[in-house]
Design a protein around this ligand. Sequence first.
Ligand SMILES: *Cc1c(COP(=O)(O)O)cnc(C)c1O
Length: 394
Amino acid sequence: MADFKKASRTELVHGGTKRSQWGELSEAIFLTQGFAYDSAEQAEARFIKTEADEYIYARYGNPTVAMFEERIALLEGAEDAFATASGMAAVSGALTAMLKAGDRVVAARALFGSCLYVLETILTRFGVEVVFVDGADLAQWEEALKPGAELVFFESMSNPTLELVDVEAVSKLAHAVGAKVVVDNVFSTPVYSRAIEQGADVVVYSATKHIDGQGRTLGGVILGSREIIRGVIEPYMKHTGGSMSPFTAWVMLKGLETIDLRVRAQTASAEAIAKAVIGHPKVTRVSYPGLESHPQHELAQRQLGAGGTMVAFEIEGGKEAAFRFCNALKVILISNNLGDAKSIATHPATTTHQRLSPEQRQGLGIGDGLIRLSVGIEDTGDLVADIQQALDVA
Ligand SMILES: *Cc1c(COP(=O)(O)O)cnc(C)c1O
């Protein structure tokens, strides 16, 4: 895309703002389901064709939600966006809106549990064929795409092992057989994403994560060309009910004002933590795309230009040692969320990935000693010290 451009910090503060006649400084929450018309003729005209900044019902659109959609589209460098009630409303909405019975999907195997459920259990029930590949292996993508496909789906950075999928290379392979590319970009974050420029047709986010960034509310967003968003996604979302609430949109707008500052600070701390744990005698493996030791470091630099806000590492001693580590943490909290201002430690084998069989976990590189850290905005020194003292206890 020749005119690809990401929002500046200025646009993250001001972009998409719509002011009422009161001139409010902070964006208003238009907590309304409906809109009153000046006349019956105006109502009729709006139902024939709704222009920009005209609204008829909150499931179809709302001024606060539209402000969020404009601002996140600026950040992503996308033409348009549709805001959804949660990240899963965005993933399931995008996939269902774009697919029909008889279509074939090729997807990366390492997926967020609910994404896997939608592909494996729901879409197949409606006659969609789903094929899984190892997302980091381009030869597997090429082979799986040979018979053709209508859609390709993957998480650009996998949970919890932080493996990357090459957006540009996979998009080229997909487009060569006429498949559309849908990328779940949560771990890459909209701050570092250039997925549209690199070939993705649609990018989805759980806004619950870095976009809110302070652990308050669920939300999601689907981004892409105006043709796809308004022609394919909007008709599906507005009739099936997964639209974002105005209150949520306001929280997310406020999140976008600070997302660049937060994510860059979180990334700096994540890098410091990765460097601090790499030499620790109890740590057998560290996965951080910002480290040269990461097998896809070069791809991470090219694709994102940064290592991101997540760090994964394996502690010697399996589940017992991992639990001792978690229980010894004083600043970092034990939870399963991510992208929050508060740093969070997760033990994937017993929580987020508990339902997988030990063999499946092994296949995805999720050992019993694996810890996933979502790095927050606390002082870097406090976080490093907390991890070091907890590793000593582990
Ligand atoms: C959290 C998450 C989702 C789902 O988002 P919700 O807002 O919880 O519905 C989807 N994909 C990835 C990669 C996630 O981390």
